[in-house]
Design a protein around this ligand. Structure first.
Ligand code: GLN
Length: 194
């Protein structure tokens, strides 16, 4: 499986390392043409306004929507989750809007800008290690979205078909099981096409 990591801004090399640990071939994606031969795409953490701006500038909004329309999986972490959401609290405009959910940015407050915790995720046997950095929360999900984990009652991991979103940074630990989970999604998608 060849998985791309959108490399406009944010935590790119860490995702590449985690994807490789999970057994994928992983590449940084800087131009829309590079989406062509991928089986899945990761949109990393960083700053969602900046990533959104650069995606618009370089043609990635339509390109990633096309990619998704071909049934190929997309995984957004932290800022990447915000990019996937159909609604962002307090903002007029969403970005890709591929996942039916409302998110709130920087939702854990200043005193808890960053922290680590062990998180139970549906579909993964034991808790995973999660690093939250100025993290967004999923305030509500709409039809078709399955909640995979909560932290103190708030939704922090969700899946809608071939889209996966996490509020935190799974790429900043040595625990690559969420990447392995995404890789399985990519394998299923590729197999259903063959
Ligand atoms: N706070 C950032 C945003 O709103 C996301 C933080 C992150 O990706 N670590 O875009």
């Amino acid at each position: 499986m060849k998985i791309g990591v959108l490399a406009l801004q944010g935590a790119v090399s860490e995702h590449i390392r985690s994807l490789e640990s999970a057994g994928a071939e992983a590449v940084a994606v800087k131009r829309t043409e590079e989406l062509q031969d991928l089986h899945g795409l990761v949109i990393p953490g960083g700053e969602s306004t900046t990533i959104g701006k650069l995606m618009r500038k370089y043609g990635f909004m339509d390109a990633v929507r096309d990619f998704a329309a071909q049934g190929k999986p997309v995984f957004g972490t932290c800022a990447g989750l915000i990019i996937l959401a159909s609604e962002i609290e307090g903002q007029e405009e969403a970005h890709l809007g591929l996942m039916n959910m409302t998110v709130a940015r920087n939702a854990f407050g200043r005193q808890r800008e960053s922290f680590e915790t062990d998180l139970d995720v549906k579909g993964i046997d034991n808790p995973i290690r999660a690093v939250f950095i100025r993290a967004p929360l999923i305030k509500s999900v709409g039809a078709g979205v399955e909640v995979l984990s909560t932290y103190k009652g708030e939704i922090v991991t969700a899946r809608q078909g071939r889209f996966l979103a996490a509020s935190y940074h799974p790429e900043l630990t040595d625990d690559y099981r969420l990447h392995a989970y995404f890789l399985e999604m990519a394998k299923e998608a590729a197999a259903s096409k063959a």
